[in-house]
Design a protein around this ligand. Structure first.
Ligand SMILES: [Zn+2]
Length: 316
């Protein structure tokens, strides 16, 4: 899972000189995941000659914590990068959670905003962390009645935005457009409206409500055992404005513009694939390809030609 670790290690969120990250690591439980991650990052970024750093201790800690927390992770060769990422971030989160008090402006009158806020509060009031702060987004699903103006909203947190590749889509924007499209629920799934009480095929749409500072997007390249390996175009910048509900929550309206920081690529098939990563170094601004023990400086034009699987964007 070196490809996922390479991508994460290039985020400023986890740079060993980042004071917020340092503070989190200092207050973390001993023998925690973030503790081992900090050690790894320190070794990695003090390594002037860019020699290979083997994450042996880090992965050992990961396996130990999977066992003590009853989390199942088969082995490092066979597993999907997405599964590893979610587990790894979750284990880091567990070692540094703390209660936090959320306050909503008393001027807030929008029902959807209040509900979104209440859901976020319910999820994280006793379980907040640096990981939640940086990585978690909140999606909003609106279900509306085709007969009257009634609608309901549902708000779920999300750590990795997983999106389908519909037929004919050749850009990440088209995939996002499809993911956030309005669609009519099927006939087997009739919905009863709370206002007009009619049974109908409701209209549903899922978008992003609260956007994260680090946006991880995974393309669903697998449908069953079949892999969609075609190139999906992406850029060094991504604006997600059209896929979000542009509501200024509690008076704060963060930027929807993102810059690409890393891409994980998978060659081959599920279970037998080979992963590598392209990452941007924040110091020299160069892109590099990390493939097993090989590290090669790579022009951005070449990076943009890859069939990316997981994309790491940071808010700008
Ligand atoms: Zn209705």
């Amino acid at each position: 899972m070196n490809s996922a670790l390479q991508c994460l290690s290039h985020l400023l969120t986890f740079h060993p000189l980042n004071e917020k990250f340092q503070a989190e690591c200092e207050s973390a439980e001993s023998e925690s995941m973030i503790d081992a991650w900090f050690e790894f990052q320190r070794e990695m970024w003090s390594n002037k000659r860019q020699q290979m750093v083997v994450p042996r201790n880090l992965l050992q800690r990961f396996q130990e914590l999977c066992e003590t927390n009853d989390l199942y992770f088969e082995n490092f060769e066979q597993n999907d990068v997405h599964e590893f990422l979610v587990l790894f971030l979750d284990l880091m989160h567990r070692g540094i959670t703390r209660p936090v008090s959320f306050r909503i402006s008393s001027k807030e009158t929008n029902d959807v905003a209040i509900k979104a806020y209440d859901t976020w509060k319910r999820f994280y009031e006793t379980d907040y962390s640096y990981i939640v702060h940086n990585f978690h987004s909140q999606k909003i699903t609106l279900t509306s009645c085709p007969n009257c103006s009634y609608y309901t909203s549902n708000h779920e947190p999300e750590q990795v935005l997983t999106i389908e590749i519909p037929r004919g889509a050749h850009t990440i924007e088209k995939c996002l457009e499809y993911h956030t499209r309005k669609h009519i629920l099927d006939k087997e799934n009739l919905w009863t409206c709370d206002k007009c009480h009619k049974k109908s095929q409701a209209i549903q749409r899922t978008m992003l409500w609260k956007t994260p500072d680090i946006l991880i997007i995974m393309l669903k390249r697998y449908s069953g055992r079949r892999k969609i390996s075609r190139h999906i175009a992406f850029d060094e910048t991504l604006d997600i404005k059209d896929y979000t509900v542009n509501y200024a929550f509690a008076g704060c309206n963060p930027s929807t513009a993102y810059a690409l920081q890393a891409v994980s690529v998978q060659d081959g098939s599920l279970g037998g694939g080979h992963y590598y990563a392209y990452c941007k170094n924040n110091l020299d601004k160069q892109w590099r390809c990390y493939n097993d023990t090989n590290v090669t400086i790579t022009p951005i034009e070449k990076v943009l030609q890859c069939s990316g699987y997981v994309f790491f964007y940071k808010r700008v």
